[in-house]
Ligand binder design. Structure first.
Ligand SMILES: Cc1cc2nc3c(=O)[nH]c(=O)nc-3n(C[C@H](O)[C@H](O)[C@H](O)COP(=O)(O)O)c2cc1C
Length: 332
């Protein structure tokens, strides 16, 4: 595993990525789809795993590159972990394919016929970041949203408002509004030169105390990718579904929004659509720089943006089972 303990970045371990040149057809899909810009074309055109902006490797271990490579040329070995500090993760490092049948050691492909349609969609759904230009019909978008309406919510309170955005110029406006704010953070966090700047280090250490979770290194690699990609955050998807919470909702409106969103995502994949949660613009949308944009979108009290979902027709095959790390499970 590549190891990184540098400057003000926490010590991280990344999975080791490899490209089999015998199999690779140089289609470039891994470079397009990696959420953190972790592959670039080498001099011979083959993808090369890279890091940038102070990161020795830019990989969050999502296995998207493995899922979408048509040639099966990419392999990952090991897990992603942050070893110390406020972001220290608590995963077990046990990377494994879905194994829902307890005590059944068969490979996923063999046990899949015994699973329900819902289970299959759950295990195969991957975040899709390469979309066809083809629009998604209003009928289909409605069908997806309707699945969200029937999600459970605390007290059946449904503290949700849904924005369906298909106007590409408005999607670009959201991206621009987000980038304005994200760049401030990115410049504070990532050092192109890799050299430590004492004041940034101190300021960032202080911020992590108050904003733990919001200053995690992972979104920063995504920001870097968006910046490299000329501010594209929604992956050129033809439609965006944004979920707003009613801040006066009972119990935990964020959770209700999340449950509602996941119903939509699973319904979308069962219909052959591709989706990708897009959280990057959510925090920036709340900043004063974006007050006008918020009003334009109707994100006014009591509403607050919680998450958004890029929706569209996937270009090529993307839904596939991958290995995943394991969170702790304690049986009491
Ligand atoms: C709340 C939330 C926010 C996310 N935000 C982004 C985002 O801004 N951009 C992006 O490309 N992916 C985003 N993702 C997708 C995650 O990177 C992805 O779900 C994770 O790496 C696992 O990969 P998988 O969805 O293919 O299983 C987000 C996911 C969630 C749940």
């Amino acid at each position: 595993m590549e190891e990184l303990g540098k400057s003000y970045l926490p010590r991280m371990r990344f999975p080791k990525r490899a490209v089999d040149k015998e199999k690779c057809a140089k289609c470039g899909r891994c470079m397009e789809a990696c959420p953190t810009g972790g592959f670039v074309a080498g001099p011979d055109g083959f993808p090369v795993p890279v890091g940038y902006g102070g990161f020795e490797a830019a990989c969050i271990n999502c296995w998207n590159c493995v899922a979408m490579c048509p040639a099966g040329a990419i392999s990952l070995d090991g897990a992603f972990s942050i070893e110390e500090g406020p972001y220290k993760n608590r995963l077990t490092g046990n990377m494994s394919y879905p194994a829902p049948l307890l005590g059944d050691g068969r490979p996923y492909a063999e046990l899949e016929p015994e699973l329900t349609e819902v289970e299959r969609v759950i295990y195969k759904r991957r975040s899709n970041r390469i979309y066809k230009k083809k629009p998604v019909s209003r009928e289909l978008l409605h069908r997806v949203i309707e699945a969200g309406r029937f999600a459970p919510s605390a007290g059946n309170n449904q503290p949700v408002k849904v924005l369906v955005i298909t106007d590409q110029s408005l999607i670009s406006e959201i991206e621009e509004g987000a980038m304005k704010v994200l760049k401030l953070f990115k410049n504070l966090y990532l050092e192109k030169s890799g050299r430590r700047k004492a004041w940034k280090s101190g300021l960032f250490a202080a911020l992590t105390l108050f904003m733990t979770g919001k200053t995690d290194p992972r979104p920063f690699t995504a920001m870097e990718k968006a910046d490299q990609d000329k501010g594209v955050i929604y992956w050129r998807a033809p439609a965006v579904i944004m979920l707003l919470k009613n801040t006066r909702g009972i119990a935990n409106p964020d959770l209700d929004c999340g449950i509602c969103a996941q119903n939509m995502v699973l319904a979308a994949h069962s219909l052959g659509l591709g989706t990708c949660y897009i959280g990057l613009p959510m925090e920036p949308l709340g900043y004063p720089q974006n007050a006008k944009l918020r009003r334009k979108l109707g994100i006014v009290p009591p509403w607050q943006a919680v998450t958004s979902i890029a929706v569209g027709w996937p270009k090529g095959k993307i839904d596939a089972v991958v290995k995943r790390d394991s969170f702790p499970v304690e049986w009491k």
